[in-house]
Design a protein around this ligand. Structure first.
Ligand code: FES
Length: 107
């Protein structure tokens, strides 16, 4: 879809925090929007490519998200699996700030 979804307000997601957008909202899979420490917002598929973990519950470190279950790190910018045990890259999604609104473009 090329239509953006308003998923929340910028003020609801401070730096270092994440916002889980459920499948019912995205129309596809659950997607998490991350507010990285560089001030940028990024979006990835919420489910870890290694197992049944929600990356929304992980830890943001610089431009990476660390899986809460086994600690694999993914690049927030590219979705690349950076550390074991994950070996499969995840998907990124476009997210934009429009005034106070967070807009997500599910891929
Ligand atoms: Fe994420 Fe294993 S489920 S690293």
């Amino acid at each position: 879809s090329v239509d953006p979804i308003r998923v929340g307000s910028v003020s609801e997601v401070p730096e270092g925090e994440a916002l889980l957008v459920p499948a019912a909202t995205t129309g596809t899979v659950p997607i998490t929007v991350f507010h990285a420490e560089d001030g940028e917002f990024y979006a990835l598929d919420d489910r870890c490519t290694h197992g049944a973990a929600s990356l929304a519950e992980g830890w943001i470190e610089d431009d990476q998200i660390e899986c809460p279950l086994h600690g694999a790190a993914f690049c927030l910018r590219t979705g690349a699996a950076l550390t074991l045990p994950a070996t499969v890259d995840t998907r990124t999604h476009r997210v934009e700030v429009d005034g106070e609104d967070l807009l997500l473009y599910p891929g």
